[in-house]
Each structure stands twice: as structure tokens, then as C-alpha cells.
Design a protein around this ligand. Structure first.
Ligand SMILES: Nc1ncnc2c1ncn2[C@@H]1O[C@H](COP(=O)(O)OP(=O)(O)OP(=O)(O)O)[C@@H](O)[C@H]1O
Length: 263
């Protein structure tokens, strides 16, 4: 589905500030993979997403999506196939537009779609999918999205992204700005949507318990490298302690503690 080959990103090359952020990343993401990514601050997690989504250019290496080399394809073109959600719940939806107008745009993947009339059938379809969120949003189609809570808004963003049928989903700490109860709700929704729509994607999190609980595969990044890639039974058997121990074993560094990985 997605293949990253010898991906490198160097910021400020050939200056005193040169920063080699991603170091020869090789990764194959299979159809249906739900990969959680953990790693310390500055490990390169968001940069990895930026290279996959086309937000940043690779210094070297290639990105393939379904066997097509998309390394040089601009971000707005990749956005048709790659859905990305950020930490900030305000980013994924238009706050000054109603829920139904937001959903029309998603359904037509662009502003041209605004000309599409919203008939009763379409409105019922919206209500049906909103009901999946179990947040009462099916009764609020006319409300501006700006009136929703952060959790409701992030759930809506997630649903809208899924409805646009992306080939790849990138979740960049999408629950980090929510209170624990809403974060749990949105994470469960994420998990359900991955299963229901057979999505393929990756989720960055600083919460090791979430990284272990969700998905079928877990990557640990450190200093621009993927230092651990576990799936299946090995992932199922992980605990926070064993994960920290693995980090010790791989890096053989004594100063590391939970805080470092979680921060
Ligand atoms: N656009 C940019 N220009 C220059 N340097 C950047 C840019 N984006 C990221 N960096 C640098 O790349 C390094 C990795 O940053 P990145 O955001 O990918 O880390 P991360 O693993 O996502 O960290 P965090 O968990 O703190 O979000 C950092 O040193 C950061 O300062």
C-alpha cells in the first residue's frame, strides 16, 4: 500500500544548524495496517507524516502509494488519497459553517460541491453517519461547527475524513488536546472506523498505553530512526514496562525513563 524507501530529511543543510531529522527510513505499510507510533520529542514523527503527506519535500528517498511514486507530487494532490488529522480540533472543519455544509464539502471533495443541493435523502444519509458518533450531532445539522466541543469537533473531522475514502490516514496526536474522557471516546471511534471501513493508517501518540491498546502494529522512533517495529502477538503482549525495557535494550542508554518516552 505505502512504501517508504531510504527516506531522509535534513533541515538547514550545509549550515551550522544542519539537522538530519530522518535517517534512511524504510517502511512498508500494508493494506489494513493500523500503526501506532511513539517516540521522544524531536524523534521525527511529525516530519515523517509531513514527508508522506507532501507537506515537506524529502531530502532523498522515495514515497510510493499503491506502487505509484508520489515523491514529487504536491501536497494538495496527495490530499485526495491521504487524510490527515492534527492535534488542534479547529483545523479539520470550518467553524463558521454548519455541520451539513461541512459534510457536503467532504462528500464532494471540494468547493464545487457546494452547488449540490441538499435534498432530504442526503440529509438522512448525513444523520445516519452522524448517529455512529453517538454524540447527538444528527440533531444539529444546522448548527455551526464552531459551537461544538473539541471532542465533538474532532470526532466529526474523523468521520468526514473517513467518508472521503482516503487510501491512507495520518493521525498526528489527534486526541492530545482533548480531556481524558473525550480522548478515550475519539480513540474508540477511531478504532471502530478503522475496523468498519478497513482503513489503513498511522497514529502518533505520546501515550504508551494507547499505542499498545490500539492498532495491529507499533513503531518506536528515536533520533530519526525506526528502532522498533512490532505487530501481531508480540504487540498484543506488550506492556508499558516491556516497551520501556525494549527501548533500553535497543539503545543501551541508562538515562532513559518513562518520562522521556512519554514527553
Ligand atoms: N519545518 C521545519 N524546519 C526546521 N526544522 C524542523 C521543521 N520541522 C521539524 N523540524 C525539526 O525536526 C526535528 C523533529 O521534529 P518533529 O516535529 O518531526 O518531531 P516529533 O517526533 O514529531 O516531536 P514531538 O513529539 O515533539 O512532536 C526537531 O528538531 C524539529 O525542530
Amino acid at each position: 500500500m505505502v512504501k517508504l524507501t531510504d527516506l531522509n530529511k535534513v533541515f538547514f543543510k550545509d549550515t551550522v544548524n544542519e539537522n538530519h531529522v530522518l535517517k534512511g527510513i524504510n517502511l512498508e505499510i500494508k493494506k489494513g495496517d493500523f500503526i501506532t507510533i511513539i517516540g521522544s520529542n524531536g524523534a521525527g514523527k511529525s516530519t515523517l507524516f509531513n514527508l508522506i503527506s507532501g507537506n515537506l519535500e524529502c531530502s532523498s528517498g522515495t514515497v510510493h502509494l499503491k506502487n505509484k511514486d508520489i515523491t514529487k507530487i504536491k501536497e494538495h494532490k496527495r490530499a485526495k488519497y491521504i487524510g490527515r488529522i492534527f492535534q488542534n480540533p479547529l483545523l479539520g472543519t470550518a467553524g463558521n459553517m454548519s455541520l451539513e455544509d461541512n459534510m457536503i464539502i467532504t462528500g464532494s471533495k471540494g468547493f464545487k460541491g457546494l452547488k449540490i443541493s441538499l435534498n432530504n435523502k442526503k440529509r438522512e444519509q448525513f444523520k445516519t453517519v452522524l448517529r455512529e458518533l453517538d454524540m447527538g450531532l444528527e440533531y444539529r445539522l444546522k448548527d455551526n461547527v464552531g459551537l461544538l466541543s473539541g471532542g465533538q469537533r474532532q470526532a466529526l473531522t474523523l468521520l468526514m475524513m473517513v467518508l472521503s475514502r482516503p487510501e491512507l490516514v495520518l493521525l498526528d496526536e489527534h486526541t492530545a488536546a482533548l480531556d481524558p474522557r473525550n480522548a478515550e471516546k475519539v480513540l474508540n471511534l477511531t478504532d471502530n472506523l478503522f475496523k468498519k471501513y478497513d482503513l489503513t493508517g498511522m497514529m502518533i501518540t505520546h501515550n504508551m498505553e494507547h499505542a499498545i491498546k490500539y492498532g495491529n502494529r507499533l513503531l518506536m522512533m528515536d533520533k530519526g530512526e525506526i528502532i522498533l517495529d512490532v505487530s501481531g502477538k508480540e504487540k498484543d503482549e506488550l506492556t508499558v514496562n516491556s516497551l520501556v525495557q525494549k527501548f533500553h535494550d535497543i539503545r543501551s542508554e541508562n538515562y532513559i525513563n518513562d518520562e522521556t518516552l512519554l514527553s
